[in-house]
Design a protein around this ligand. Structure first.
Ligand SMILES: [Mn+2]
Length: 488
């Protein structure tokens, strides 16, 4: 079995996908303006292969899309057959503290397992030459128009880099990597979509308070584990590059940028170096977003290019977002599985959860619990609304342990049957994802919890609760034996 733990650049990952029949090369010239979106949308919705556009119109750099767009490719991107393996590994790591003397490590104050990850797989800073700096362009030679950047949807404000890994440091030098879309304004300026809840925006605010421009590197490609790590909802103390090192089982090698004080992965395909000046804002958007609706224009900071460096033969990675199911759904599903052990560390009664792609992750969570006491479902809702990025969850449905929460038909059947809507819905107010277009204000609104568990007398239900209809196992077995004789 051809098995690689860590990829040296996007090119190696693409070769592997090709060997496994997971990638199609397209030689026909295709326009990054709208045409690639229409092709990629059809292919992702049909569960088709990743695509490598070798001749995107207007650029000499090939464009890859759909690299993460199935469970199999998402797993291959993380160097495993199935990303459930990584979820098991994380579960083992975070269950370590249970064996430690109490008081040594408080599991409520830090995630010891993740601290272990951070220590063992810390990135290494290297010096000298690096593939990502094979070609160095500075000043007027560093033109964004050389990249095959997509204009995704008709009403978009322009072209957007859709898989950028945005590297920043806080004023004390602590690194963060996030994925914030980048709108191209012209050859040397771009929009930096730093939403208020994001770490990148906090770093910028720290610099801005001191009246300083923040150095930024926008990285494209490299080992696909970097791209996944940039999207993962990691706790702030955990460096995305240490997490990537854990995923690829090899520390990430970082090299200093040519014109800014930021370190980037040596095996990256393309690095756009620059600064985001204090005090500068410009209209960003609209952008056809992952909710399936456009995000409207707003004012955001501006990125100014100081250099573009790249490999000899770089690949430009892209994705499109829009009406689900889309490629980002698979990145999200990997996160759902990889982070379940961490969610369970804080809310152990959660047996499993499903963030359906139709709910675009922050709109809906279906949660399965073993209910033990009156109000247990409401306790779990409150815990979820207080937990990391799950705080944005607009609707939570809680069901009993026997329900298959990954079957939305079953969830709808159980929920509609099990609720007295007035009694079983809980409303609270809190922070909303800024992409929510229906909430009363940007970033603030109400959330709904639906308790679809079996009710207890203390919860106001005093009639007998009816059993679910199921057939006896011995009858099923007898019919299995009879079946061939029935001619059905
Ligand atoms: Mn972070």
């Amino acid at each position: 079995m051809d098995f690689l733990m860590a990829y040296n650049g996007m090119g190696q990952f693409i070769e592997r996908l090709e060997r496994m029949g997971e990638l199609r090369r397209i030689r026909e010239p295709v326009d990054p303006v709208l045409e690639i979106t229409e092709i990629a949308d059809r292919v992702v919705k049909a569960g088709g292969p990743a695509l490598l556009f070798e001749n995107p119109k207007g650029s000499a750099i090939p464009l890859a899309i759909g690299l993460f767009a199935t469970k199999k490719r998402m797993s291959l991107a993380l160097g495993v057959e199935d990303y459930e393996e990584i979820a098991c590994e994380i579960e083992k790591l975070v269950s370590l503290p249970a064996n430690m003397p109490p008081g040594l490590l408080g599991k409520a104050t830090l995630l010891p397992g993740l601290a272990v990850i951070g220590r063992n797989t810390a990135p290494k800073i290297i010096s000298g030459s690096a593939p990502c700096q094979d070609v160095v362009k500075t000043g007027k030679d560093a033109r964004l128009s050389e990249l095959p950047v997509l204009h995704c949807w008709p009403e978009d404000g322009g072209r957007f880099i859709t898989l950028p890994l945005v590297f920043t440091k806080d004023v004390h030098g602590k690194r963060n990597v996030g994925m914030y879309r980048v709108q191209i304004y012209d050859d040397y300026t771009a929009g930096m979509h730093w939403q208020r809840h994001k770490v990148g925006s906090r770093h910028y605010a720290e610099y801005e308070r001191q009246g300083r421009d923040i150095p930024v590197a926008i990285v494209l490609g490299g080992d696909p584990a970097y791209t996944y790590s940039a999207t993962a909802p990691l706790p702030d103390f955990l460096d995305e590059m240490a997490f990537a090192g854990f995923l690829r089982k090899k520390p990430v090698e970082l090299i200093r940028c040519k014109t800014v004080d930021v370190e980037v992965p040596a095996d990256a395909d393309i690095v756009i170096e620059g600064v985001v000046p204090a005090g500068e804002r410009r209209t960003e958007g609209p952008f056809g977003d992952h909710t399936g609706f456009y995000t409207l224009e707003d004012e955001y900071p501006v990125f100014r290019v100081t250099a573009i460096t790249h490999r000899k033969n770089p690949i430009y990675p892209a994705t499109i977002v829009g009406r689900p199911p889309m490629e980002d759904g698979w990145l999200g599903k990997a996160t759902e599985r990889l982070f379940l052990p961490l969610v369970r560390l804080f809310v152990p009664e959660i047996l499993d959860y499903n963030l359906p792609v139709e709910g675009v992750f922050h709109n809906m969570a279906i949660v399965k619990i073993k209910k033990r006491y009156p109000g247990h479902a409401q306790k779990v809702m409150s815990a979820i609304w207080g937990l990391g990025q799950l705080m944005f969850t607009k609707i939570i449905i809680v069901v009993d342990d026997w329900v298959n929460i990954h079957d939305l038909s079953e969830v709808l059947w159980v929920t509609a049957n099990n609720i007295d809507p007035e009694r079983d819905t809980t409303f609270i107010k809190g922070p909303m994802d800024v992409l929510d277009h229906a909430s009363r204000a940007m970033g603030f609104g109400s959330k709904m919890g639906i308790d679809a568990t079996r009710k207890m007398p203390e919860e106001g239900f005093t009639r007998p609760w009816p059993p679910v209809i199921t057939m006896d196992a011995d009858i099923k077995k007898r019919v299995d034996e009879l079946w061939p004789k029935l001619g059905l």
